[in-house]
Write a protein that binds this ligand. Structure first.
Ligand code: C2O
Ligand code: CU
Ligand code: CU
Length: 458
């Protein structure tokens, strides 16, 4: 890993020694990639589905033959997948079986403030809380994760993350791979000791988090048929990008954070920064049965697709997927500046660390705004990205140049490389109250406070 993956976390970082990843040795592609179990509703009414999910410690198998102490949703290192349908509400009762505060944020969800998992809105140890998700938003790959003030980075690193797949009305007619051919894939970095136990420090140099975890297993293989698949890629890392390729094989990107793109985009390489999603359709029909395709990143092989059987499908994605809604005229413009603090102890948004008692911006509900987000850390070369709760935005431009490929649809998280700026536009409906925005490098936003909050008012 080179300097671009090295992050300062304040002045203290240079004085700490950094333990290396000493994970149990394992050959690449020697464990199967699991597909997370789908959570079953405990009750269904004519209007909504109700679920119960425990936030609990669990010993999970990440390295074969080792039990790793993790924090989990429902007992598995990647929590169960929650399946939702556009227009049909879901309620989830989360019971906190940990010995400390926990909560749940549905990343990408357009939800009331009381169900957003604000950092100060926690479920105390032994308590429970019902979150309501109306699902009045277009279909998209969402994910849920812990968001407790100052604890979120450690909680997520130890396993408090899972998928929430919202199916849109418009998806059925698009002939996209479905069922077992529609596979969520969570990519992230991990760090372990020789007994397979998780090593977490907010001061860690991310270049020591060298274990690639794919749906919670290190560098796994996944058996596929020789046909098209829909892969929903999520980077759930606290830190560190995934820039992935299939050795030159085409990946047809069909969706990003906010769901389907207006039109498919042919990619040879896809960059996913922490919190972002990229959905790609990959066609294995020309791969001989018995051979493999490796998903590579710039740091090495991430996983392997083993084509072990013939397959059949009825063609690729159509030329038109989901046209973008027309952009309303913005009435407010703001600047967001992301920067290491002068004393290098915290990260600032507009010159301030996060203060949950302070409202940074007030927005009248329904207003359309353009935010220009700057990464002012070109001196240090520190990567940031930017995530906005509750709304999805359009990327207008990058320093006046067109957005990157794959940024043509609605997004909730966007990469802001050092010394650059990105303009985004959002309409701030419909929920009132306080929501946060932050860098999604979780050590930046959590322990080092690179977070701020908006209040949507009437
Ligand atoms: Cu994915 Cu505020 O978070
Ligand atoms: Cu979020
Ligand atoms: Cu950051």
């Amino acid at each position: 890993r080179n300097a671009t993956s090295h992050h300062h976390h304040g002045g203290k970082v240079t004085t700490r020694s950094v333990a290396a990843n000493a994970a149990p040795p394992l050959d690449p592609f020697s464990v199967p990639m699991p597909v997370p179990q789908v959570l079953r509703p405990s009750y269904r009414t004519s209007k909504l589905d109700q679920y119960v999910l425990d936030i609990q410690p669990a010993n999970v198998e990440i390295f074969p033959g080792f039990k790793t102490a993790a924090l989990t949703y429902g007992g598995t290192f990647v929590g169960p997948t929650i399946l939702a349908t556009e227009g049909r509400a879901i309620q989830i009762k989360y019971r906190n079986r940990l010995k400390e505060d926990a909560n749940v944020h549905l990343h990408g969800g357009h939800n009331p403030a009381s169900s957003d998992g604000h950092p100060m809105d926690v479920i105390p140890a032994g308590g429970s809380k019902v979150y309501t998700y109306p699902n009045r938003q277009p279909g998209a790959t969402l994910w849920y994760h812990d968001h407790v003030h100052h604890l979120e980075a450690e909680h997520v690193f130890r396993g408090l993350h899972g998928f929430y797949l919202l199916k849109g009305y418009d998806e059925a007619r698009l002939n996209l791979p479905s069922g077992e051919y529609d596979v969520p894939i969570m990519l992230r970095y991990g760090k372990f000791d020789e007994d397979g136990q998780i090593l977490f420090s907010p001061y860690d140099d991310v270049s020591t988090r060298t274990t690639f975890l794919v749906n919670g297993r290190p560098q796994p293989y996944f058996k596929v048929a020789a046909r098209r698949y829909r892969f929903r890629l999520l980077n759930a890392s606290n830190h560190g990008d995934f820039k992935v390729n299939l050795g030159g094989r085409e990946m047809v990107q069909i969706a990003s954070d906010g769901g389907l793109l207006p039109a498919p985009v042919s990619r040879k390489e896809v960059l996913i920064t922490p919190g972002e999603r990229a959905e790609v359709v990959v066609d294995f029909s020309d791969v001989p049965v018995g051979s493999s395709v490796v998903l590579e990143s710039e740091w090495g092989p991430v996983m392997r697709f083993d084509v072990d059987r013939r397959g059949f499908d009825t063609g690729g994605p159509p030329a038109v997927l989901r046209p973008n809604p027309t952009l309303p005229k913005p009435t407010v413009e703001r600047e967001i500046r992301m920067q290491l603090s002068d004393d290098q102890q915290v990260f600032w948004i507009n010159g301030k660390p996060f203060d949950p008692d302070r409202v940074d911006v007030r927005i009248k509900r329904g207003t359309t705004e353009v935010w220009r987000i700057y990464n002012d850390d070109s001196d240090w070369g520190i990567d940031h990205n930017f995530h906005l709760h509750m709304v999805r935005f359009r990327v207008l431009d990058r320093d006046g140049a067109p957005p990157w490929p794959g940024e043509s649809g609605l997004k909730d998280t966007v990469s802001v490389p050092p010394g650059t700026s990105v303009r985004v536009q959002a309409t701030f409906g419909e929920h009132l109250g306080r929501f946060v925005y932050h860098c999604h490098m979780m050590e930046h936003s959590g322990p080092f406070q690179m977070m701020a909050q908006m209040e949507i008012v009437q």
